[in-house]
Design a protein around this ligand. Structure first.
Ligand SMILES: C[S@@+](CC[C@H](N)C(=O)[O-])C[C@H]1O[C@@H](n2cnc3c(N)ncnc32)[C@H](O)[C@@H]1O
Length: 204
């Protein structure tokens, strides 16, 4: 089968991407690790002993970073896709939008809830801008609703958001639930991508 022009461009960019090479050399499961590492360096997000939930965790590089900072037995991840086992983390195969799967995560948390919720969730893109924006926005809302139930008071949420027509509404939604909401665009997040992260500190 012939590879499409865009798939060829993706492959060329992938093999020449310094973050991909660094990820391989450092044993990270994906280049996404560097996004969390950079945000954590700047904002001191991950603390030893913190309980961390990783929404949309596959293939597991954010969970790797979280285990390395928070310690073993304190990281719980969930994804629609299976994730290879990782020492120090527990993974649930499921959909954060499902009440049952979300409750399975909450049941693993200590009384009072998690210290930090991470959400790098992204939908499979259809190429239809309006539909993709709506599905991305839904995942931000789901992460916010999950945090309202499972994050302890004063806890933090880091959530991926795509800049587009929904951005202002989503930031306002999060600002009503947290003391401070900061925009972060780490170096490993490709410049041409509309992706950025909202760092929401201090759940009210
Ligand atoms: C960009 S990847 C996450 C990469 C991850 N942070 C890492 O460092 O390895 C986004 C993930 O979100 C997951 N996802 C999307 N919608 C989801 C949902 N409703 N429930 C659980 N996972 C979801 C996808 O399956 C995908 O694996």
């Amino acid at each position: 089968m012939r590879r499409s022009r865009s798939a060829g461009a993706w492959l060329r960019r992938h093999v020449s991407d310094p973050y991909v090479r660094q990820a391989r050399a450092g044993g990270w499961r994906s280049r996404a690790a560097f996004k969390l590492i950079e945000i954590d360096r700047r904002d001191a997000l991950l603390r030893p002993g913190a309980f961390v939930v990783d929404l949309g965790a596959a293939p597991g590089s954010w969970s790797q970073v979280a285990v390395s900072r928070a310690g073993a037995g304190r990281v719980i991840g969930i994804d629609l896709l299976p994730i290879a086992p990782l020492a120090g983390a527990v993974f649930v195969l499921g959909d954060v939008r499902s009440a049952g799967d979300s409750a399975a995560i909450e049941a693993l948390l200590p009384d009072g809830g998690a210290d930090l919720v991470l959400s790098d969730m992204a939908p499979n893109l259809s190429g239809v801008a309006a539909a993709d924006q709506a599905r991305s926005a839904e995942l931000v809302e789901v992460a916010a609703e999950f945090s309202a139930r499972a994050l302890k008071r004063g806890g933090d949420l880091l959530v991926k958001v795509f800049q587009g027509s929904e951005f202002v509404r989503l930031r306002a939604l999060l600002t009503s639930a947290f003391e401070r909401v900061l925009v972060r665009k780490p170096g490993a997040s490709r410049g041409e991508s509309a992706e950025c992260y909202l760092l929401c500190r201090g759940r009210r």
